[in-house]
Design a protein around this ligand. Structure first.
Ligand SMILES: Nc1ncnc2c1ncn2[C@@H]1O[C@H](COP(=O)(O)OP(=O)(O)O)[C@@H](O)[C@H]1O
Ligand SMILES: [Mg+2]
Length: 556
């Protein structure tokens, strides 16, 4: 089933699954999608339509979770220990340091991902990368471990070699099928080969994961040929107002390789569209927050941007005004480097713990090796430890600049702790922020100042303020949803605001204009009512996609 956004693909998939289960007394059904949230949502929709009694014959999950339970059930497969993401990264780091230190670490991570998104091993053309890849594989094997990507690979190989039976199901349904990589596709094909009936639902125009080797249009073409499938389309969009859909279609028409589709809007009444240009990113974030604050709390908003960095500023602007928000599919600004360093150092002022001091030193430019060494020096509180470190400082082996840094943090700490005891919290927050702000980039400095403002406006002791700040982003259910464009796929909102629409950001310089165009298209087509697109002059000229989609600033 090949169809446009909002045409009811997921709805049809769920309805079909429910019908297959309720009209057939026998047979199990498996539905697969790409995120756990989407899987949970799909499962509850199917069961709502066919009754909970069918739950025993239904499995819904991501490719990885389904393959994992498939492998676990099968004793012959000798499934290794699944390593965590953190373990994986430190293992990759070791292989990189040994074999390919001259190249960026990221190139090894990417090479491993790429190698494991295919069934056949393709040696890298760079001997260093190949050596790192080989050693990564050998270490995993020696330790009897596997990583997430191995799971799918091994499942396909085991089914193909008959070491493992395919899932014992009658029907297999896949949502967002344009995002399958070659290995996932082989897994589907291996099940089709056993006579299992396959339903794929997808939209090549919403393929956003070529950087994770999703096969997009090519893939959908290949598999539907392989399955000799009947291709159906859903020509009506039930989500977007007619004018928003029209602009979105103008945009996506600029992509060359795509499936031909007719798309028509069910809702003929026009939605509100606006295009806004501001001076800089903070003005953009502040305008969003103040506009939404002025509206009824019932208005459902999604704020979408290309990167989490841009999203951080929106989060700060919301927190600043005490407007509820939900940060979806990404870390809160308080959990990232700048936010967590500020909160950590303030925590150390309050409770004398060392971690916040160590992170602040690293943030301020001290070499990680030295920070780690310092962390071994004992002391009851961080103040005692700083005293000790300065007393023992070895001028022959360690640079003067680090000593100056230590001295200034040492003096600062004494001062801040003293002020905190006199309950001058705002003063402490101001001074700690200034210490960090003096030692970082201009961009981080601006962010620090805003976080300072939020903390100063809260009430109570330092620890109470830190708790309040850090817990706010975790409030669920209420407020505007703030997320990246990638995270918004599959979702819909009454009002959508896409910010950061500048050349360099959208299209982003890391990707292709076609893939970025799909991303913008996905963003536009999330809207059920209103679409606002904004950009900041300081960040670059307005995105070509605004021109291509023929979006214009509001007349009134
Ligand atoms: N036949 C239909 N009639 C009315 N509304 C529909 C119909 N199909 C889908 N919708 C509504 O349109 C929206 C998009 O449906 P969804 O299944 O999420 O689309 P897709 O997966 O294609 O993006 C949902 O709000 C859904 O309830
Ligand atoms: Mg969908």
């Amino acid at each position: 089933m090949l169809a446009c956004p909002g045409s009811g693909k997921t709805r049809v998939l769920a309805a079909r699954a429910a019908r297959l289960l309720s009209t057939n007394e026998r047979g199990r059904l498996c539905a697969v999608t790409f995120t756990r949230d989407a899987a949970d949502e799909l499962k509850s929709r199917i069961l709502a339509a066919c009754g909970k009694s069918n739950a025993v014959r239904l499995a819904v999950g991501t490719f990885h979770s389904i393959a994992l339970s498939q492998m676990r059930r099968n004793k012959n497969s000798g499934l290794g220990r699944l390593i965590s993401d953190g373990e994986r990264l430190s293992l990759i780091r070791r292989c990189w340091q040994q074999h390919a230190k001259r190249l960026p670490l990221e190139s090894i991570v990417q090479a491993i991902d790429a190698a494991k998104s295919r069934l056949e091993w393709q040696p890298s053309e760079y001997p260093e990368i190949e050596a790192a890849l080989q050693s990564y594989g050998e270490i995993l094997q020696a330790e009897g471990s596997i990583d997430f990507a191995d799971l799918m690979l091994q499942a396909v190989r085991d089914i193909q070699s008959k070491a493992m039976p395919p899932l014992s199901i009658r029907w297999l349904l896949v949502d967002e099928a344009q995002d399958m990589d070659a290995v996932q596709m082989e897994w589907v094909k291996a099940h089709a080969d056993q006579g299992i009936e396959i339903t794929l639902v997808g939209d090549d125009d919403q393929s956003l994961y070529s950087f994770r080797h999703a096969m997009g249009y090519e893939g959908l073409r290949h598999i539907s040929e392989y399955l000799s499938s009947a291709v159906m389309s859903l020509p009506i969009n039930y989500r977007c107002p007619e004018n928003i859909l029209r602009h979105a279609n103008r945009l996506i028409a600029h992509n060359a390789d795509r499936a031909p589709k007719n798309v028509e809007a069910f809702h003929k009444s026009p939605g509100v569209i606006d295009v806004i240009r501001l001076s800089d990113r903070w003005s953009e974030a502040d305008l969003i927050a103040s506009r939404i604050q002025a509206e009824s709390e019932k208005a459902q908003w999604a704020i979408l941007a290309r990167t989490n960095n841009i999203i951080d500023k929106v989060e700060v602007a919301f927190a600043d005004r005490n407007i509820p928000y939900r940060r979806m599919g990404g870390k809160s600004v308080w959990d990232k480097t700048v936010g967590s360093t500020l909160l950590g150092l303030l925590r150390s002022v309050g409770d004398g713990s060392w971690t916040g001091v160590a992170n602040a030193l690293y943030f301020a430019g001290m070499a990680p090796r030295l920070v780690n060494e310092l962390s071994r020096i004992q002391g009851a509180t961080c103040h005692e430890r700083l005293d000790q470190i300065i007393a023992e400082y070895d001028h022959s082996t360690s640079p003067k600049s680090d000593e100056t840094l230590l001295m200034s943090l040492h003096d600062g700490m004494h001062n801040w702790v003293d002020q905190d005891k006199r309950e001058r919290q705002a003063l402490v927050i101001h001074a700690v922020t200034a210490w960090l702000a003096d030692r970082t980039t201009e961009e981080n400095e601006a962010l620090l100042r805003r976080l300072e403002g939020i903390l100063c406006r809260l009430n109570g002791s330092l620890s109470a303020r830190l708790m309040k700040a850090a817990s706010r982003s975790k409030a669920v259910g209420k407020g505007a949803a703030i997320m990246t464009l990638h995270a918004a796929k599959g979702l819909e909102f009454s009002n959508v605001w896409i910010l950061g629409a500048e050349e360099g950001n959208l299209p982003h310089s890391d990707s292709t204009p076609e893939e970025e165009r799909r991303l913008f298209y996905v963003g536009m087509t999330r809207s059920k009512n209103r679409l606002i697109v904004s950009s900041a002059a300081k960040e670059g000229s307005a995105s070509r996609y605004i021109t291509e989609s023929e979006l214009k600033p509001c007349q009134n």
